[in-house]
Write a protein that binds this ligand. Structure first.
Ligand code: DQA
Length: 150
């Protein structure tokens, strides 16, 4: 099965964007790390980034259809700042009925108050935050765990 790793706004700037918060690895480095994590769990990787809310919504709808067809294990979503603003993404995740892990590179709860609320969390299966870019590999491992009986 495939894992969709979906990255939202400004994550194309990883590596140069506030390195003290997000580290110095680029989005290409993150893709390589995800590829390795997916391979070790027998998953294929579909890795995407968009700065556009509608494109992220379309990708989530597509993921819902793929999961229903049995070809997708789930989604790892770093919605960036849309996490804190987007009712539309919340509705898309619920509407698509997709298994989705919300991911943040930084520990959003240790940062500004406006980052403490997430519209994604109530629609997500699980939340990963504060592990730096290593969180992507942990979230992929989490999807593999969810696929196994308890
Ligand atoms: C982020 C945290 C968000 O608050 C921020 O807007 C981002 C990145 C993270 O990965 O830590 O763009 O999702």
């Amino acid at each position: 099965k495939t894992v969709l790793v979906l990255n939202g706004p400004n994550l194309n700037l990883l590596g140069t964007r506030e390195p003290a918060v997000y580290g110095s690895q680029t989005l290409a480095d993150v893709e390589a790390l995800c590829l390795k994590a997916c391979a070790s769990h027998g998953f294929k990787l579909d890795f995407r980034q968009s700065n556009h809310e509608g494109a992220l919504i379309d990708a989530i709808h597509e993921a819902g259809r793929a999961q229903a067809a049995g070809t997708l294990a789930g989604v790892v979503l770093n919605a960036g700042a849309y996490t804190h603003t987007s009712v539309a993404l919340h509705d898309a995740i619920k509407g698509a009925g997709v298994t989705l892990i919300e991911l943040h590179i930084s520990n959003v709860h240790a940062r500004e108050a406006f980052r403490h609320h997430s519209y994604i969390s109530p629609a997500a299966k699980a939340v990963m935050a504060g592990f730096g870019v290593k969180g992507y590999a942990l979230a992929i491992a989490g999807l593999a765990e969810l696929a196994q009986p308890a």
